[in-house]
Design a protein around this ligand. Structure first.
Ligand code: ZN
Length: 471
């Protein structure tokens, strides 16, 4: 979209957001909900009607807590903030972004207080992305992960040379990369009749409807993994969007339920499937054919090892390997809680960022561009969002254990290019429910257990101990 239109777009989206908010918070809707709640008392919990009233009630209750003016201010501040962040990042100039971020943070704190919370304002914001999740649960989960991931990363770093990613860095024609990603996303199940892929500066997935889902990706001519895994990740999001119940396109049940559930889908396809041996058994000959002469000397084992190299140091979250990835999330979670609690000031954020990067990842970012300015989220007002990345990652392993239990030959099928069992399983257990059940409830229904870190830790430890020869 043209840069010169930013002010008018900010006004326009602000006005639309205000109108939507006014409709959602109208007294008529409140009265209708009161009436309907009496009517649905006898209906089964899972039924369309009972679910629709329950989910709409939740949206309504949250919305009425937010003054229209605050909603509009937030929309405007973030439209301007994202533009400012983009320019600040380009020039690695945090000071140009600082006043915008300070304003956004101020509004976020106001939002947290308007929504209400028991003991931690962060909970109010987290709940908007992951309903039912509390920061003390996140802290407990992260502590369990840390206690096992940190020693694993140390052991990997001591054997950093055991795995070689050089085959992915041989220079790959971007047009051929495009063709490969299109072939991969279609084969794994992204429906190109009801979606498309384009190129942009930052990869994303957006569902306008289950019948119209847009993905974007970006390519690095020097590194094959960037575009390929970016596309697979977004296609995982896209398949979830395509599987949402079309009959609920006009009501809240047709939405995805939370970011954590969304991320469980993208990370499952990107990592657990896309970085597996069976995946490369099927795709290696195709990728070799797309880049004549580039990968002829690489076998499945060599490719499997290359795509699972743990980066040291791990600089950018979006391109982090799956072991160090979570450390990036822990870092942002801790900083966000301190910002929201007023324990650190926005102006001190770059130094706080660098300090935590040293503590968690063992290096100092070369500049703010690759440090505090690397992610778009804060400029977009997305406070309370980052934990959902790790929640999704943890859940992806729990879901995949269930898929393997129900479809014992799933990996043989993948090696033959048949990925349909995974998508069907997700369709039956996750996609089709839309927002009918809250995330923690959906996880229990889908897997028979609450969210737990054990499947993920088992997956990551087994895989990386073998890869790096750690006893
Ligand atoms: Zn994602």
């Amino acid at each position: 979209m043209p840069k010169g239109g930013i002010e008018v777009r900010a006004e326009t989206t602000g006005a639309l957001t205000r109108m939507a908010h006014e409709l959602l918070t109208s007294p008529e809707l409140g009265e209708l909900l009161d009436k309907l709640e009496r009517e649905i008392k006898e209906l089964p919990y899972e039924s369309d009607k009972a679910s629709l009233v329950r989910v709409t009630r939740r949206q309504y209750d949250n919305a009425v807590k937010l003054p229209t003016k605050l909603v509009e201010e937030l929309e405007k501040a973030t439209a301007l903030g994202q533009d400012a962040w983009e320019r600040a990042r380009e020039e690695s100039d945090f000071r140009a972004f600082e006043p915008h971020l300070a304003r956004i943070l101020e509004l976020q704190i106001e939002k947290a207080h308007a929504l209400g919370f028991e003991d931690d304002p962060y909970d109010a914001l987290l709940d908007t992305f992951e309903p039912g999740m509390r920061s003390r649960d996140v802290t407990a989960l992260f502590d369990q992960l840390k206690s096992r991931l940190v020693p694993l990363i140390q052991a990997i770093n001591e054997r950093a040379d055991a795995v070689d990613a050089a085959p992915l860095q041989r220079g790959f024609d971007v047009d051929s990369q495009w063709s490969v990603t299109m072939e991969v996303i279609e084969r794994i199940g992204f429906d190109l009749k009801h979606g498309r892929q384009d190129r942009s500066a930052h990869p994303f997935a957006m569902g306008l409807a289950p019948t119209d889902v847009r993905l974007t990706t970006r390519f690095d001519p020097e590194y094959l993994g960037s575009g390929l895994y970016g596309s697979i990740h977004e296609a995982g999001h896209g398949m979830y969007e395509q599987g949402l119940p079309l009959e609920h396109i006009d009501d809240f049940l047709g939405n995805s339920v939370s970011l954590g559930i969304h991320e469980s889908q993208s990370r499952l396809w990107e990592n657990i499937v896309g970085r597996s041996r069976p995946f490369w058994r099927y795709f290696l000959p195709k990728v070799q054919a797309a880049f004549p002469g580039k990968l002829d000397d690489i076998d499945v084992e060599g490719m499997y090892r290359a795509v699972n190299k743990v980066a040291h140091p791990s600089v950018i979250r979006v391109e982090a390997d799956e072991v160090t990835y979570n450390l990036h999330i822990f870092l942002r979670f801790e900083l966000e809680r301190e910002l929201i609690a007023g324990r650190i000031e926005v102006r001190d954020l770059p130094e706080a960022w660098n300090e935590k990067t040293r503590a968690f990842l063992g290096f100092t970012p070369a500049s703010d561009k690759v440090g505090v300015l690397q992610d778009v989220h804060w400029s977009a007002g997305l406070f309370g969002y980052f934990p959902t990345y790790t929640l999704g990652t943890v859940l992806s392993a729990q879901l995949y254990e269930c898929v393997k239990r129900d479809v014992p030959d799933v990996e043989d099928r993948i090696a033959l290019g048949d990925f349909s069992a995974i998508k069907s399983w997700m369709q039956a257990r996750i996609y089709r429910h839309g927002a009918r059940f809250e995330p923690l409830e959906l996880i229990e229904r889908a897997t028979g257990e609450p969210l737990r870190p054990e499947p993920y830790l088992r997956y990551i430890e087994e895989k990386y101990r073998e890869l790096y020869g750690i006893s």
